[in-house]
Design a binder for this molecule. Structure first.
Ligand SMILES: Nc1ncnc2c1ncn2[C@@H]1O[C@H](COP(=O)(O)OP(=O)(O)OP(=O)(O)O)[C@@H](O)[C@H]1O
Ligand SMILES: [Mg+2]
Length: 218
């Protein structure tokens, strides 16, 4: 299967030093399936500079999630090389909230895993919960929240570890238009303030264009 990921550098934020924070070199991924091999990615090459917001657009099944999983280190590539400098935050296509943990406990998960569940970081998490209108829900469980709220919880969990590179897999697709505008504007501010680099994948061209333009203007 020919990979038809179209890399679109919709946004290019000028940085003083133009440091490359992510290099994707000749990445190939072949899955072994029951009916044979599936070539999910073939010779993918691109660089991302510090502070850029990159959108990669492609139809369903073209290998977008596979690419992000490889960049994050969750999956191995069949061929090629990834060079990353900086901590990665990965917001997956599914929210993967743990149903047996409260919202507060869910957003602390990354910090616990990284052994950085400090008072300062907990304060930051509380700030984010307040900002995204989830503070009153902090003692509830994921099943008591709407899809959009769950997605915001997943985002807070990702931002809590203060990543330098943020991977977003259709991260805002479950949000209604109004909430999406509010959430993305806030995220873009955080990205710019913290000089976080973002790599987003989506199948929705208009979403990529709207969000990238919003990023530029906020
Ligand atoms: N673990 C796996 N085992 C076998 N095949 C897989 C596996 N994961 C993905 N694939 C296949 O690899 C291809 C790319 O899948 P991927 O999930 O990366 O696509 P995608 O672009 O993210 O799609 P979508 O927009 O629907 O999320 C598909 O053909 C899929 O069936
Ligand atoms: Mg996907």
């Amino acid at each position: 299967m020919e990979t038809n990921i179209v890399e679109e550098k919709i946004k290019k934020r000028k940085t003083t030093e133009n440091i490359t924070v992510l290099e994707v070199k000749d990445i190939c991924k072949t899955y072994q399936a029951k009916n044979g091999e599936i070539e999910a990615l073939k010779n993918i090459n691109f660089d991302v500079k510090e502070g850029e917001y990159i959108s990669i657009i492609g139809p369903s099944g073209c290998g977008k999630s596979t690419l992000l999983s490889i960049v994050s280190g969750l999956e191995d590539q069949t061929k090629g090389k990834i060079n990353v400098s900086g901590k990665i935050g990965y917001m997956l296509q599914k929210d993967n909230l743990l149903e047996w943990r409260t919202i507060y406990k869910n957003v602390l998960l990354g910090l616990e895993i990284q052994k950085s569940n400090t008072e300062e970081n907990r304060k930051y998490v509380i700030e984010l919960l307040k900002k995204y209108g989830l503070y009153e829900f902090k003692d509830k469980y994921p099943m008591q929240l709407s899809g959009g709220m769950r997605q915001r919880v997943a985002l807070i969990r990702t931002l809590a570890v203060r990543p330098k590179i943020l991977l977003l897999d259709e991260a805002f697709s479950a949000l209604d238009a109004q909430t999406r505008l509010m959430v993305t504007e806030d995220i873009y501010k955080i990205l710019k303030e913290e000089n976080i680099t973002a790599l987003m994948v989506t199948h929705d061209i208009s979403e990529a264009i709207i969000q990238s333009r919003q990023y530029e203007t906020c």
